[in-house]
Design a protein around this ligand. Structure first.
Ligand code: C2E
Ligand code: CA
Ligand code: CA
Length: 373
């Protein structure tokens, strides 16, 4: 009993930390709401909410570990659809801004234009239905400091919307996650990036492609089969594919994450921990999770050429990573003086505007030709 409560508690805690600020649990038999709470609407403390949810799961013999995030995609507050024969559905209300998102909420894009959430939602759904033609994958070179060559590039999606114009990922990825559309976009990027990698490799370009995985994608129950199918369909060499997962996701439920990562790695791909330093992880986790690369976040190197603390941090991360056989990539390098410090500290990879911005695949090919690859 105590163990079951622990499990229920840690799963709910995990959900709270990672994907939501509210939890709703339904009994699928009779569609009764058996537990519902949202921190934002109630004064209830997060820990109490989690404890209460755990108790409820136990009392109703729910196995919260079996929660299906796909449910959330299909979920509409007013019209509950049963799309799985599971006996319990747990729906998670995610709120990217920690405020309730309502239909009239306004969204300000990086280009300064403002639209309502329902505008964006409507058009994003349409763009997905139109074979995702409006989504484009850009690639940013990552330089291997051993030889100064570009051996990896990161796939970064953009939405070239007929209605809104050219939209950057930070402006639509969180919303796509919230609206349950991220798996369509994520699968598209994954497919496209694998296809492109295979094409480059066939043309004797010895390059790897690094692909971002959303928290929501990684939590899907069929994520491993999904990745496997795309790798097989595109016939890319899995050794040339790197998957980037974020630190926040990685640390909250080590056991679960370690298992998923092991399963994914068994397919032959590598794993990079993205945005390292922005969450709360320690290098212990990196060892446990058998990662291949950690990507040190830009915020840690912005002043690396003048700030002793940042230099010491980079030095420590590199030394510890080396001792456990993990490579270090530094993101967001913009100046020569930053680069010099990082080279002196023997980081393995550099990514940043100093070398190149993300660009369409054809421009990357030209860039590679010009830059000796
Ligand atoms: P990220 O994974 O940390 O990607 C690196 C971001 O830093 C990219 O922004 C890149 O353009 C930017 N960057 C690279 N070098 C520099 C630099 O020297 N200076 C500055 N200021 N920025 C630099 P981008 O393309 O706008 O992507 C933003 C975020 O959107 C990504 O951050 C990633 O979290 C997310 N994202 C992008 N594509 C995808 C995708 O296909 N799937 C998912 N799930 N997320 C994606
Ligand atoms: Ca990334
Ligand atoms: Ca990053």
């Amino acid at each position: 009993m105590a163990k079951a409560l622990d499990n229920a508690y840690s799963t709910l805690q995990y959900v709270m930390n990672n994907v939501g600020c509210g939890i709703i649990i339904y009994d699928a038999e009779n569609a009764d709401v058996i537990f519902e709470n949202e921190i934002i609407h109630n004064s209830i403390e997060e820990k109490d909410l989690v404890a209460e949810g755990s108790r409820c799961c136990l009392e109703n013999q729910i196995k919260p570990c079996e929660l299906h995030l796909e449910m959330w995609y299909e979920f509409d507050f007013k019209h509950i659809k049963w799309i799985d024969e599971r006996d319990v559905i747990m729906c998670i209300v995610r709120d990217i801004t920690h405020k309730k998102i309502d239909e009239n909420m306004e969204i300000c894009f990086e280009n300064g234009e403002i639209f309502t959430k329902s505008d964006v939602e409507y058009n994003m759904k349409r763009a997905i239905e139109m074979d995702l033609d409006e989504f484009v994958v850009y690639y940013q070179p990552i330089i291997d400091t051993k030889n100064g060559e570009c051996t990896i590039c990161e796939a970064l999606v953009r939405w070239n919307s007929g209605v809104f114009g050219f939209i950057m990922p930070n402006d639509f990825i969180p919303l796509a996650e919230y609206m349950g559309l991220i798996s369509h976009i994520g699968d598209f990027v994954f497919n496209e990036a694998c296809r492109q990698c295979k094409a480059w490799n066939d043309a004797r370009k010895d390059i790897k492609v690094s692909i971002n995985l959303s928290v929501v994608q990684l939590l899907q129950v069929n994520i491993v089969e999904n990745i496997k199918a795309i790798l097989e369909n595109t016939q890319v060499n899995p050794a040339n594919i790197i998957l980037e997962i974020t630190e926040t996701l990685a640390i909250n439920d080590m056991e679960r994450m370690t298992r998923i990562i092991e399963d994914i790695k068994a397919l032959g791909v590598s794993i990079a921990l993205d945005d390292f330093g922005t969450g709360y992880s320690s290098l212990n986790y990196i060892k446990q999770m058998s990662l291949d690369i950690i990507k040190l976040d830009k915020t840690f190197i912005d002043d690396v050429d003048s700030d002793d603390y940042e230099q010491a941090f980079v030095k420590m991360v590199v030394e510890l990573s080396k001792s456990i056989g993990v490579k270090v990539c530094v993101e967001g390098v913009e100046t020569k003086s930053q680069l010099d410090v990082l080279m002196a500290n023997q980081v393995d990879y550099i990514q940043g505007f100093y070398y190149a911005h993300p660009m369409p695949s054809n421009e990357l090919e030209e860039w590679l030709d010009k830059n000796g690859k």
